[in-house]
Design a protein around this ligand. Structure first.
Ligand code: NAP
Ligand code: HSE
Length: 433
């Protein structure tokens, strides 16, 4: 398989995630794309800093421009953060015809007009999925999936750190500073966390979204920005009592007169609204288009792996633009997975409702059948029945393969104390696979 030489500028939270997951999923990416990636050079600030053992030290340089001087490197990934070096690095990469992937929202919010006009002039793609909402593919969605829509509004939670802090203050009564320290430790916060809590990190993302949606670059001084630093435990309690959650909400709306509004501030959201339940480092965007109507996007908005996922998607798009033999295919067959699991082997938890005679020994007979098929009961509910009436018996069943549960159900249905066909529903806990 051919490989595309790439340069990685930055090996911090996100850069190290990209390096790691590119390696981990090399076979899958290669099968899907038809080409692989070869990380040729990595720029860091401090060459002496300890790194993960799998990073070859000979790839490291403290001069980001070395990546641009290597004529073989065709795609550069900017994950250094900051403004001035990132700006000159990205602009020079475009001038030299290297495709650019960046997660730097501050850079695009401040210099997007300059960067994209240079990119258009030189016909060089600049991709930036990781710049907004971490792992949620909202940039591709706005650019491609919703291309036929006027975007009427976007309501969004866009800063993982602020959302994490508000969630910890609400659910665990943690203080602001302690919650921020946790978010920093988990890799959610910016190098300068005042960007997060002042609302400006989310504002950079909102500027990118609004510019993409409405086709002109919104300036920072046109955006109303308030952060979460003034929110106290008392506000959270009062809002709770009134039926609200406090969220740092970005609102982008178009007016029929052709103007748009972009604002971000702590906002009381009714607890019944779906955005009120978005907790921790998660982000969510409710996007309304004139054709599609309401859509909702949810996922991890910050952190090493989700952001790496977005960067890798951009790298793959860049590779497709360059040379992938798969570029025209909507579906790519590959041999990394085998088959669908037979249904009887699929494991789930269950709710089982029976209609039984209300007499001694019935529960024991049902439990025996389940036990004989190694199906465990996690709880039992039996509402009191009236004289001569059949009783409802509800059993919550631990995770079990469907085949065993089906066999047990056949045995239960055949019991003379069971008066109607058993009702079996799945219980989903949404835990990771
Ligand atoms: P980070 O952990 O601070 O990493 C920055 C990396 O860039 C480090 O490896 C650093 O080198 C290197 N670097 C900094 N200045 C440099 C210079 N002058 N020359 C060469 N290398 C330099 O930052 P991060 O959290 O990964 O974020 C990177 C970018 O992604 C930022 O634009 C951020 O806004 C964006 N982003 C972050 C997240 C997230 O969840 N963290 C999510 C989405 C987007 P050393 O390792 O030697 O210090
Ligand atoms: N610091 C950012 C956040 C990282 O907390 O959302 C993701 O852009």
């Amino acid at each position: 398989m051919t490989t595309i030489p790439i340069g990685l500028a930055g090996l911090g939270t996100v850069g190290a995630g990209v390096f790691h997951h590119l390696r981990e999923n090399r076979a899958l990416i290669g099968e899907r794309l038809g080409v692989g990636f070869d990380v040729r050079r990595i720029a860091v600030r401090d060459l002496a800093k300890p790194r993960d053992a799998d990073v070859p030290v000979e790839l490291l340089t403290s001069r980001a421009m070395d990546l641009l001087d290597d004529p073989e490197i065709r795609i550069v990934v900017e994950l250094m953060g900051g403004l001035e070096l990132a700006r000159s690095f990205v602009c020079e990469a475009i001038r030299r015809g290297k495709l650019v992937v960046t997660g730097n929202k501050a850079l695009l919010a401040g210099h997007g007009a300059e960067i994209f006009s240079l990119a258009a002039e030189r016909k060089v793609p600049v991709l930036f999925e990781a710049a907004v909402a971490g792992g949620i593919p909202i940039i591709k969605t706005l650019r491609e999936a919703l291309i036929g829509n006027h975007i009427q509004s976007i309501h969004a939670i866009l800063n993982g750190t602020s959302n994490y802090i508000l969630t910890r203050m609400t659910e665990s009564g943690l203080g602001f500073e302690a919650a921020l320290a946790e978010a920093q430790q988990l890799g959610y916060a910016e190098a300068d966390p005042t960007l997060d809590v002042s609302g400006w990190d989310a504002a950079h993302k909102a500027i990118i979204l609004a510019s993409l949606a409405y086709g002109f670059w919104v300036r920072g001084d046109e955006v109303l920005v308030e952060g979460i630093t003034g929110i106290t435990a008392a506000d959270i309690r009062f809002a709770d009592g009134l039926g609200y959650r406090i969220k740092h909400l970005a609102m982008i709306k178009a007016d029929p007169d052709g103007t748009i509004e972009v604002r971000l501030h702590p906002t009381l959201i009714p607890k019944s609204h779906v955005l009120a339940s978005v907790g921790g480092p998660f982000n969510a965007l409710a996007v309304r288009g004139d054709v599609v109507g309401d859509t909702l996007f949810y996922g991890r908005g910050a952190g090493r792996a989700p952001t790496a996922s977005a960067v890798i998607a951009d790298l793959c798009e860049a590779a497709i633009l360059l040379e992938s033999p798969r570029r025209f295919y909507g579906f790519t067959p590959h041999g990394l997975y085998r088959a669908c699991k037979p249904q009887d082997e699929v494991v789930s938890a269950y709710y089982l409702r029976l209609c039984v005679e209300d007499k001694p020994g019935v529960l024991a007979r049902v439990a025996t059948v389940l036990g004989n098929h190694t199906v465990g009961i996690s709880s039992v509910v039996q509402p009191e029945s009236h004289e001569n009436e059949a009783a409802a018996l509800v059993l919550m069943i631990h995770d079990a393969p469907l085949g065993r549960v089906r066999q047990a159900l056949e045995g239960i249905a055949a019991l003379d104390c069971v008066k109607a066909a058993p009702v079996l529903l799945r219980v989903e806990s949404f835990s990771a696979a």
